[in-house]
Design a protein around this ligand. Structure first.
Ligand SMILES: Nc1nc2c(c(=O)[nH]1)N[C@H]1C(S)=C(S)[C@@H](COP(=O)(O)OP(=O)(O)OC[C@H]3O[C@@H](n4cnc5c(N)ncnc54)[C@H](O)[C@@H]3O)O[C@H]1N2
Ligand code: MOO
Length: 358
């Protein structure tokens, strides 16, 4: 689930796989009246052949005898012992072999998002395994102060980004393979960026700003990476970064740098990580049926130069800030449906919505 088909989906068998009854009743041959010659249930194999004027009782899904011209539902049948009468047009209530999908037909193109319906369809067409593409993502969470369980001692901080990443990556159709927590320092980070692996995306959390423990740019320079996005004019989340590692065994591996502040990391995931993964998998960034712009009510602090990302609840056709959406906090995002994209010097126009993954 969640990945996309790496190849087109072909029908290994016809659907329906045999001529089948679409109703409970009687398989008949030609016009009535008919004489009854037994009963066939779904799943029963037989070699019955009907001649004009003959019928057999059938259950929905049963293979109808050769010679069947229609299925007469119980509701329309008049039965007297083994003699049957009723009106039924030729062809009614018989699903012919391959009429929905002939064997070998391509039913879905490569790149289709794998949903429950896709899995059911694939099974009905006799597939046991599917070729699935899910970008593999490795995460590196940096920070000497971080702990991953319990109540943090003075000076320590619970890692709040690691727990968000599997769901964020899955929302873009990817899979988080591993998450490494590393201490601050150029060497540890460079080693992680250079490490072998089959992941096409590396997410680095923290170390993205300009402080003494912010080594990401240095590590990327050391590895000769090409920095494609170096900061975005949005609040929170402005120190986010996108780079591509050059040459050698990690050729074309993409690095996404998320700020250490958890609210900023989530904002940066919505603006960089998810669009990247959606582009790689050909998925739409907004689920079908969701509005992408609406009116924004309530008090909003507008920034002079930067775009503000404001946690909002969405009520039908309008959004309302939920508050608590400072860069270091996830309280607003956890209570919100989406973030509203509020441009610099916003004057009250409709705003774009970035929906939070559920
Ligand atoms: N002089 C400047 N300082 C800062 C700027 C700036 O432009 N100039 N930008 C600020 C903004 S905005 C952000 S966001 C942060 C980004 O910082 P880093 O990505 O370098 O992250 P750290 O410095 O390591 O940590 C910042 C903050 O977040 C906490 N943190 C880090 N990782 C986690 C985690 N996984 N879970 C929970 N909390 C985490 C960390 O303890 C710090 O409190 O820089 C500002 N500074
Ligand atoms: O990314 Mo910082 O606001 O932008 O905390």
């Amino acid at each position: 689930m969640g990945g996309v088909l790496a190849d087109e989906l072909q029908a290994r068998i016809a659907a329906p796989p045999y001529d089948a009854a679409a109703m409970d009743g009687y398989a008949v041959c030609g016009p009535g009246p008919w004489t009854l010659h037994g009963r066939v249930l779904a799943g029963q194999e037989h070699d019955l052949v009907l001649s004009p004027g003959q019928a057999v009782e059938v259950a929905t899904g049963a293979r109808v005898p050769e010679g069947t011209t229609a299925v007469l539902p119980y509701e329309h049948a008049r039965r007297n012992a083994d003699v049957l009468a009723g009106d039924i047009a030729p062809g009614r209530h018989v699903r012919r072999r391959g009429e929905e999908t002939p064997e070998g037909a391509v039913v879905l193109p490569a790149g289709t998002v794998i949903t429950p319906a896709v899995l059911g369809l694939a099974a009905s067409l006799a597939h046991d395994r599917l070729p699935v593409y899910r970008p593999r993502v490795r995460a590196v969470v940096s920070g000497d102060e971080l702990v991953d369980e319990g109540v943090p001692s003075p000076g320590a901080v619970r890692d709040a980004i690691g727990p968000m990443l599997p769901g964020l990556v899955a929302a873009g159709g990817g899979v988080l393979t591993t998450l490494h927590r590393i201490p601050d320092g150029l060497d540890a980070l460079t080693a992680q960026l250079a490490a072998e692996g089959d992941e096409s995306v590396l997410v680095v959390c923290g170390a993205s700003s300009v402080g003494p423990a912010d080594y990401l740019r240095g590590a990327l320079v050391e590895l000769g990476a090409e920095v494609l996005v170096d900061g975005v004019h949005c609040r929170p989340g402005h120190p986010q970064l996108l780079a591509q590692l050059a040459g050698g065994r990690h050729s074309r591996r993409v690095v996404v740098g998320l700020p250490g502040n958890p609210g900023a990391a989530l904002a940066a995931s919505l603006t960089l990580l998810l669009p990247l993964l959606c582009a790689m998998t050909g998925r739409a960034e907004t689920a079908p049926g969701r509005i992408t712009r609406c009116r924004l009510d309530g008090e909003v602090t507008v920034h002079e130069h930067d775009t503000r990302l404001v946690a909002v609840e969405v009520l039908a056709d309008r959004a309302r800030p939920v508050g608590h959406d400072r860069p270091a906090s996830l309280r607003g995002a956890a209570a919100a449906d989406a973030v509203a994209v509020v441009p610099p010097r916003w004057a009250g126009d409709d705003v774009e919505l970035l929906w939070l993954p559920v």
